[in-house]
Design a binder for this molecule. Structure first.
Ligand SMILES: *Cc1c(COP(=O)(O)O)cnc(C)c1O
Length: 391
């Protein structure tokens, strides 16, 4: 065969719903030579990564480690370990990823009650309380950052509410970790999963999970074996806890990436990192507003790291995204599910939450909108963002 030329992908700015750009320090860490995955030096790196993960998740949970696969594997791990066939589960679904949890819970054999809200809205605790009272489920699952709608679900107090009914709380924090607060212990979250490629500015490939002692007790009392061998936490744990017993070959390079990604998070400081995400979101939002765009998520519940806006009337979705990509090398996301063709999703996650990114994007978007015949005032987006930064 003719051997293809050397790998030479174009340079992109990844402002979609994920993956977002990896931090240059993370990419450098990934070029570090491999260690054996049971090498004592690598075990030290694993320990440190776990310790940093606990800090990022604000938890003392012993069982905290990255599953060797993407965010969906974290979702799968949580459901297959916590649910046995016939268990009652309530899933709060107000978007694409809530619906995914319904599908995964069903496959794990749960009797699923779906609690719904219109896309873009969040759940109020009164509605959840009534459902808990009626259904008395083993588990309630909810998405903190619904990447399909840009809605930010408040969680403070939800764990305590679930525990009143002896229900476990499972949270999807895939788009949350590293961008907005995720306080496992303070909010009494029993199980959580996230990913490496969004707020942590690493490539896709790991899904950090964590389980409370309540959740661990549920694992130990299972009557049936977890149907997935690979995702059985009782088995994987022997690799990640002090035993370091061979389960599967740890993805060394991805663990290096996570290690460096978490170092970046903790060096910056959680509070400072959340504040940075808020500040750049506010500037972007002011700019988008000045360009005539409106958010799909309810005011007051908009994620700073995922800005979902409606495609303006008379404008087509695809040509704008295509021009952003070809002229500027900028990727943003289109709508999912109900929002297909109707929304753009602009991610400012981790490393990409920066003023230079916001200003470049608003300038580029103005050109793309204008080329589609959308009437916008010249420079309005950039000017509004700058007023926010300077104000
Ligand atoms: C991205 C995402 C997932 C899926 O993660 P993958 O890494 O793509 O497998 C799950 N839930 C939410 C809320 C997400 O945004």
């Amino acid at each position: 065969m003719n051997v293809p030329g050397p790998l030479n992908p174009p340079v992109r700015l990844l402002l979609g719903p994920g993956p977002s750009d990896a931090h240059p320090r993370v990419l450098r860490a990934m070029a570090t030579p491999l260690l054996g995955h049971l090498d004592p030096q690598f075990l030290e790196i694993m320990n440190a990564a776990q310790e940093m993960l606990r800090s990022a998740y604000q938890t003392k949970n012993q069982v905290t480690f990255p599953v060797s696969a993407t965010g969906m594997a974290g979702m799968e791990t949580c459901f297959v370990n916590l649910v046995e066939p016939g268990d009652r589960v309530v899933v709060c679904a107000a978007g694409f990823f809530g619906q995914r949890m319904v599908e995964v819970a069903n496959r794990a054999g749960a009797q699923v009650t779906v609690l719904e809200r219109p896309w873009g809205e969040v759940f109020d605790f009164q509605q959840i309380r009534e459902t808990l009272q009626k259904v008395r489920p083993k588990l309630l699952a909810i998405v903190q950052a619904e990447t399909s709608t840009g809605a930010w679900q408040p969680l403070e107090g939800l764990g305590a509410l679930c525990h009143e009914f002896e229900t476990l709380l499972l949270v999807d924090a895939v788009t949350a970790l590293g961008c907005i607060p995720v306080a496992l212990d303070a909010w009494q979250i029993d199980a959580v999963y996230s990913c490496s490629q969004k707020g942590l500015s690493c490539p896709p490939g790991l899904s950090p999970v964590s389980f409370s002692s309540r959740a661990v007790e549920v694992f130990s009392k299972r009557k049936t074996k977890v149907q997935s061998w690979y995702f059985d936490v009782n088995l994987v744990e022997h690799y990640w806890d002090s035993d370091r017993f061979y389960h599967h070959t740890g993805p060394i390079t991805m663990v290096y990436a996570l290690y460096e990604g978490l170092r970046l998070v903790l060096e910056e400081g959680l509070e400072a990192r959340w504040a940075r995400h808020r500040r750049n979101h506010e500037a972007l939002k002011a700019g988008l507003k000045a360009l005539g765009l409106t958010y799909t998520a309810t005011e007051g519940h908009q994620l700073p790291q995922l800005n979902a806006v409606r495609v303006p009337p008379g404008c087509e979705d695809l040509p704008v995204r295509k021009r952003l990509l070809t002229e500027f090398g900028i990727e943003i996301g289109g709508g999912l599910g109900e929002f297909k063709g109707k929304a753009w999703r602009i991610g400012l996650m981790g490393y990409n939450s920066r003023p230079d990114v916001v200003l470049l994007f608003l300038g580029a978007l103005e050109q793309c909108l204008t080329s589609q015949g959308v009437k916008v005032q010249a420079g309005a987006g950039v000017a509004a963002a700058n007023r926010t930064y300077l104000g």
